[in-house]
Design a protein around this ligand. Structure first.
Ligand SMILES: [Mg+2]
Length: 213
């Protein structure tokens, strides 16, 4: 195995919360005058920075202040759905396969993330669990991943990330880490195919591929 450390994405990857994200996004976008979108449409159109994504859905350029309001409303709506959300069926078994160290890096708020880690009894699986410490900015994961690896005293070249979005891939590759994208999260295989990184239809397959990178 060339890589000794595996960084897991949370939303859409270990946590099966795409339905909650779709519902919460529809709540805020329709209230802002945008269209109601199916899960498939949202998966196809989602991108970071999220202000650009929301602006496209609403049909005009949102100001930073307008986006901050929508983002706040999104998180409130998402929290309503969160108590019905579970891990993907395969998450626990996938977490048991990797022979090296593992950590979790989420773009969800750290203070909201930690109770979920406790709820799902996952703390012992990870050398480090980090969410967002600051206000959500909807920007790329890359600077957060850079700091995450620094905290772990790891070079990106020693690491592989398993995520479910184009931004996960760009963030890992941008630092020199490897990446596998899971097609059962926010984006379908068709949407991820153009990224040019290994894709996996299951989390255990993602870990198996990660071991070969
Ligand atoms: Mg994700």
């Amino acid at each position: 195995m060339a890589r000794k450390h595996l960084v897991w994405d949370w939303n859409g990857t270990l946590l099966n919360d795409f339905g909650a994200v779709v519902s919460a996004t529809n709540t805020v976008i329709t209230e802002a005058g945008g269209p109601f979108l199916t899960a498939e449409e949202q998966g196809a159109r989602f991108r970071r920075p999220i202000i650009a994504y929301y602006s496209e859905l609403v049909g005009r350029s949102l100001t930073e202040a307008e986006f901050a309001e929508l983002d706040k409303a999104f998180h409130a709506a998402y929290l309503e759905h969160l108590r019905f959300v579970d891990l993907h069926a395969e998450s626990r078994s996938a977490l048991s396969i990797w022979p090296g160290t593992q950590s979790l890096l989420s773009m969800w708020f750290h203070q909201s993330l930690m109770p979920l880690i406790t709820r799902f009894d996952l703390a012992e699986k990870f050398a480090l669990v980090q969410g967002l410490r600051s206000e959500s900015d909807g920007h790329s994961k890359q600077p957060h991943l850079e700091r995450h690896l620094e905290s772990l005293q790891l070079r990106p070249q020693e690491c592989v990330l398993i995520g479910d979005t184009v931004d996960d891939a760009k963030s890992a590759l941008g630092l020199g880490a490897q990446v596998v994208l899971f097609t059962g999260g926010f984006s379908s295989r068709e949407q991820l195919q153009g990224v040019g990184v290994p894709l996996a239809d299951s989390l255990s397959e993602a870990v198996t591929i990660a071991q070969q990178l």
